[in-house]
Structures are given as C-alpha cells and as structure tokens.
Design a protein around this ligand. Structure first.
Ligand SMILES: NC(=O)c1ccc[n+]([C@@H]2O[C@H](COP(=O)([O-])OP(=O)(O)OC[C@H]3O[C@@H](n4cnc5c(N)ncnc54)[C@H](O)[C@@H]3O)[C@@H](O)[C@H]2O)c1
Ligand SMILES: [Mg+2]
Ligand SMILES: [Mg+2]
Ligand SMILES: [Mg+2]
Ligand SMILES: [Zn+2]
Length: 457
C-alpha cells in the first residue's frame, strides 16, 4: 500500500500500523526491531499500533507491544486510551491486560497535560532565599544589625501579628505580620533560648540608594526569631494592637495570603530547631550555623557528619493528598476524621513512607483508609503545611474499585459524592449536603480543580 506524496518514514509507519490492525505479529516485531520509535507513534485520528491491535482483538500483538514497553496511557484524538477501546469493543481479555491498576485504564478521567498555575495558600514567596548567603557570616552579621532589616517574631512558634483593617480583594485577611527592626529585637537576639533564622531578601529591590547601614547591596534582609521568654511588656508598649497568634489551627489560616508563605518558611524551620535541639544521631550538643539552616553535631566522631549530612538540615515530611475519582468519572471520594467539624468531608491524605513513590503512597493510603483501589495518579499542585513541616503533594487519582471499607482508627466515614453535590457546595445554589475545608487548604483547591476541569465552571 503506497500513498503518493508520503515520505519513506510515513510509508513505513503506515505499514506498521496496518500490520498491528491485521494482527501480523511477525511484521510488528520486525518493525519494532529496527524502528523502535514507531511503537508509540500514531497515524490517522491519533491511533497507535496498540489501539489498532486492541480494536481488532489481536491479543498476541497487544502482548508483543506491551512487552516491548509501549505507552498504554496514550489517547487518540477522541481522548480514548487503548483500555477504553478494548472495553468499548468488548475485548475483555485485552482490557484486563491494559488495566493493571498502575496507570492503564481510565487515565482519560484525568485532565490532560500538567495542571500547573494553581497557587496555594502558604506557597507565595516574596523573598529570595539566597541560600548562598547562609555561609557568608560577614554579610549575615552586617544584615543582622542593619536598621533596614526586617524581623518577624515568634513566641513558642506563634507569630506576632497585627489585625489589618478591611479586606483584601482576595480574602478576608484579619492579620498582617508585625515587622520589627533591629533596635526592637537586639536584646532578644542576645538572650539564650532565642533561635534566629535568615529567611532571605525581598525580591523587589527598593528604589533607594544603598546605604552603609542597610548594607552596600541595598538588599532588605528578613530574619525570623523564636523565643520562649519574651519582653512582653516592652513589645506591648511599642505595638499595642499586636498579638501572638494561637493556636496554629485555624489561626494560621487567617493571615494575609501574601505573607502566609514567609510564615510557613519561618515556622517550619523554627519548629525544626525546637524539636532537634540535640544531635538525633548521637545526642551530643549541636551548633547552629548557615544562617539557622543547619545544626552541626559538636562530636567530631558523629556519624551524622559523614556522607550526606541530612539530619543536620531542617526536615520536611512529604504527605500525599488526593481526590479520588470514581471509575464513572462523575463522583469523587471524600472522607471525614472524627475531629472534623460536623458535616465536613475532605480529601484523603497520608505521609509518604520511606522508599515509596508518590504514586504508590497515594494508592496505599487510599486503600488503607477507604478500601478503594486506585489506578492512574496525576500530580496537580503542592502546598507547604507548617504544622510543623509537611509538604502536601496534591493529586487526582482514578479508582479501579468502588466498595468502601473505612479504617475506623483514622476515618469516621468515607463516601462517594456526585459531581452535582460537589458543585452545590461551591455554588451554594441549593442546600449542600456537606461542607469542605476552607479555600486555604489544598484539599479545597483539589476539589475545585476537579470540578473546574470537568464542568468548565
Ligand atoms: N492542607 C490540607 O488540606 C491537609 C488536609 C489533610 C491533611 N493535612 C495534613 O497532612 C498530614 C498527614 O495526614 P494524615 O494524618 O491523614 O496522615 P496518615 O494517614 O499517614 O496518618 C497519620 C499517622 O501515620 C503515622 N505516620 C506515618 N508517617 C508519619 C510521619 N512522617 N509523621 C507523622 N506521623 C506519621 C502516625 O501514626 C500518624 O498518626 C496531617 O499532619 C495533616 O495536618 C493537610
Ligand atoms: Mg490519613
Ligand atoms: Mg493513613
Ligand atoms: Mg500513613
Ligand atoms: Zn552527633
């Protein structure tokens, strides 16, 4: 079959796809042998060899293509995977081969391409961390006593904030950070029990000439301080409206969204210092260095000083949080912990374990907590969660089973909610049957994302 005007490569691809459609295993294998890249190429309407072999029920060709490592998650121009095609044409055996629960069937229920663009509360950064300056002690010292530098203060990890008048366009933001200067904190910095961390410099360089006091570079440095003994009286006199915001939840969700990120950074690093006062490897005393971004063991023989000195740096715990979509594409799985306010349901979540991929953590946590099995997983966006130092990795995931059996230790109830029930929560058109966490939580954003992608809201 030769088409006028076709390049030799296109002609070879057409013959390869035709062989897959006819079930000619020998021709398919031979072509892959010398032109391996054809395996995932598509012809008319985006159909790959796997799709064509599947359409016509050629199990042997499907097996050959799978064993050669073809990508079964590809979709044709109608958005169907090979698995969808197998199901549609009733080739159950092939559908079974394609849906192995690890990225095969139902991938089309996930939005195409990367989710991108979603910014979560606690993720906005207006500081450049300038990690290279952490080891420049001369520069750090000069910035520390510069009157231009900004200090944010924590008392037992609770930030010092000032109620702000009015609302921002983005949200009700009743609390803004109280920005202190060197003269107000000098005595405190010198007190034992105070931890000081260099956070970075303002990204937006102010249009003022660099002054000797502000440092020759004109950069405005930010520091965070945590103390368990504060000169409360002096601070109250100087800042009569300011308060230490506690308890962390839900108070930390009431910050100006522009400042929530710097609080997350500061609080997580300070909480690490608070919990890791001694060397976790040998129990010896440690020395704070690198602008508060490292604690080095003072015992020269300590194993923590060999190889990657990972225990010497602030720890971050990765947590997966996922919205699980029903195989029918029209429902999602939400659960509630006993501690949630009445009627509130949220995405399932759990800590990633050592030696585990993000995708496998999603599958394991969902099955542990709800009994539901999950196939394809797609990353959407992430959120630092400074209680004390998690990184929430937000995903959409597609269920390959629907029966719910909750882990009663962790989850009180889990349910499938219809798309309409979820839309009702956002639009408040009719009386919603449940509530979800506030918009500052990535759980809220994941649910909204799924609805937005699928309903063009
Ligand atoms: N931002 C959000 O929208 C949002 C939503 C849900 C949960 N979260 C946060 O995610 C975190 C994890 O969720 P989860 O509690 O459901 O996790 P989970 O389902 O893994 O269960 C927690 C339990 O796992 C054990 N565990 C395993 N590894 C751990 C580790 N590295 N640190 C602490 N405990 C560990 C502990 O026994 C703990 O009680 C929570 O701390 C919660 O604050 C945030
Ligand atoms: Mg959990
Ligand atoms: Mg769990
Ligand atoms: Mg867990
Ligand atoms: Zn040690």
């Amino acid at each position: 079959m030769t088409n006028v005007g076709m390049s030799p490569k296109d002609e070879m691809l057409a013959r390869f796809l035709d062989a897959a459609a006819r079930g000619d295993v020998a021709a398919v294998s031979a072509t892959i042998g010398h032109s391996g890249s054809f395996i995932n190429e598509s012809g008319e309407n985006g159909w790959t060899a796997l799709m064509l072999a599947t359409r016509h029920g050629h199990v042997e060709v499907v097996n050959t293509l799978l064993s050669e490592g073809c990508d079964k998650s590809l979709v044709n121009k109608s958005g169907q995977t090979s698995y969808d095609i197998a199901k549609f044409w009733g080739h159950k055996h092939i559908a079974g081969l394609l849906a192995d629960g690890k990225g095969g069937g139902n991938r089309h229920l996930l939005p195409r391409g990367s989710a991108g663009g979603q910014e979560n509360y606690f993720s906005r950064e207006f500081l450049n961390r300038m990690s290279e300056k952490r080891t420049d002690s001369q520069w750090l010292e000069a910035k520390q006593s510069s009157p231009a530098s900004v200090y944010i203060l924590f008392f037992n990890l609770n930030p010092f904030v000032t109620p702000t008048a009015g609302e921002t366009s983005e949200s009700r933001a009743p609390f803004g950070l109280c920005r202190l200067r060197w003269e107000s904190v000098e005595a405190l910095v010198k007190q034992p029990g105070t931890t000081l961390v260099f956070l970075g410099v303002e990204k937006q360089v102010k249009l003022v000439p660099p002054s000797p006091e502000g440092g020759k570079d004109g950069l405005t440095a930010w520091f965070a301080l945590n103390t368990d003994s504060i000169p409360v009286k002096e601070l109250e006199l100087s800042y009569p409206n300011s308060v230490f915001l506690k308890p962390p939840m839900p108070q930390l969700l009431r910050l100006n969204p522009n400042e929530a990120g710097v609080i997350a950074q500061a609080r997580s690093v300070l909480a690490w210092h608070d919990r890791y006062s001694f060397c976790p490897t040998c129990g010896s005393r440690t020395k704070v260095c690198e602008g508060g971004y490292k604690r080095t063991c003072l015992n020269e023989d300590c194993r923590s000083l060999q190889g990657i000195q990972n225990t010497c740096y602030p720890r971050v715990d990765p947590v997966v949080i996922m919205l699980v979509i029903h195989p029918d594409g029209n429902q999602c799985l939400l659960g509630r912990k006993k501690t949630f306010p009445a009627g509130m349901f949220s995405c399932l979540a759990g800590f990633v374990e050592a030696g585990e991929s993000m995708e496998d953590a999603v599958r394991r946590e969902v099955e542990e907590e709800s009994g539901v099995k999950v196939g394809p997983v797609q990353y959407v966006s992430s959120q630092p969660w400074p209680m004390p130092s998690s990184l929430m990795i937000g995903c959409l995931a597609v269920a390959v089973s629907t029966h719910i059996k909750v882990d009663e230790d962790e989850i009180e109830e889990a349910r499938w909610f219809t798309r309409q029930q979820v839309i009702d929560v956002f639009t408040k058109n009719s009386q919603p049957v449940f509530t979800i966490p506030p918009r500052q939580a990535i759980a809220h954003q994941l649910i909204k994302y799924w609805i937005g992608v699928n309903a063009n809201l």
